[in-house]
Design a protein around this ligand. Sequence first.
Ligand code: EPZ
Length: 409
Amino acid sequence: MHGEVTISGSKNAALPIMAATLLTGEPCVIHRVPNLSDTRFMARILESLGTQVKFERGTLTVRAQKIRGYGDYDLVRKMRGSICIMGPLLGRLRKARVSLPGGCIIGARPINLHLKGFAALGATIKIEGGYVDATARKLNGATMFLGGRAGSTVLGTANVMMAAALADGVTVIESAACEPEVVDLANFLCAMGAQISGAGSPTITVTGVAKLHGAEHEVIPDRIEAATYTIAAAATNGEITLKGARADHLRAVIDKLSEAGVSVEKRGANLVVRRKGKLKSADVTTLPYSGFPTDVQAQMTALFTLTPGISIITERIFESRFMHVSELARLGADIEIEGPSAIVKGGRLLSGAPVMASDLRASAALVIAGLAAKGTTQVNRIYHLDRGYERMDVKMRKLGARIQRIQEK
Ligand code: EPZ
């Protein structure tokens, strides 16, 4: 792969920021919102709550003048990320009712920490008939510890931060998630008039205010999309420029890739990716930010199938995020699963085959392996891919990849 690719706005920053527009009746304008099935879905959920939404050429305008406290059961149930409408609804209306998000293929994904945070602010929580209800006569600031089995929770931190923004008094969230997407949300909330400090650190302090106003904001670039294109370039021994990617959001990824023989250099506002000679095996463990992101684990696993030697990838965030392994084996990869780790014996030439996408990042890993394999690979169920990558086939073709989207019969 060769050439330049422009990195889109971050899906995982845009979703909670879209939900945060529910905190005010005034218009909010959000720029660089990626055009994905997930963001279009969130826009429909916002409309089902009574807001007016306009989404054109990456700019989203939302007016949540008159809203109701409960979302469309089926809509919310279908997209886990929509759980983050609960905090803003509880903050603004003192009530929120959403369908309980089920588990997903990568793990059970409970929301106990979200509910623990809401309860600490004084909300009463009731789970009944597939719904979770949070109601409060008054929301009072509180100090809470939001760490869980796998450490901090990203959307849990986001949800509680949004509810606390309109609570009485001061809330302190300890063991808060430090992801750049949490910081981007806090910046948007502050632009709306919220008082938040410490975002990006494990301790976030929110001083509640009576009312929030409209605001304008530009979403940060998608670090996971940037990491995906970086690994695709490395897998094809190419040289590409990532336009608009932020190196400071990718430290753990850049560090691990450097160990594996891939250089990622900052050039002005861009990043330049190329191999430094042969790929080298390495070990990876996924961790909460600023550790190695779980959302890049599958793509890295694909890269290590091409790398001579043994690489061990340990998944510490989600309990079943190795669905891509059996599909990579169809392409000839040699990977064994041992508990939370995948042991990759790499360096074989892969050969193309029909494979099945199981989730968003697994589908990206299969595309990367397909680019490096001889012959043709057909990745099925790419609706998973469209949830998180804007026009991946178009962008990759611009980089010289021979990739076609075909309609399934
Ligand atoms: C966000 O999910 C991202 N999604 C995920 O990206 C990402 O993988 C994840 O953070 C971790 O980085 C969005 O931002 C929309 P968590 P989130 O709560 O917030 C456990 C992608 O590919 N946990 O930080 O739902 C949980 O089960 C997606 O773009 C509890 O036990 O993840 C997991 O093991 C996939 N109780 C761990 O914490 C809770 O109440 C981290 O989950 C909440 C979480």
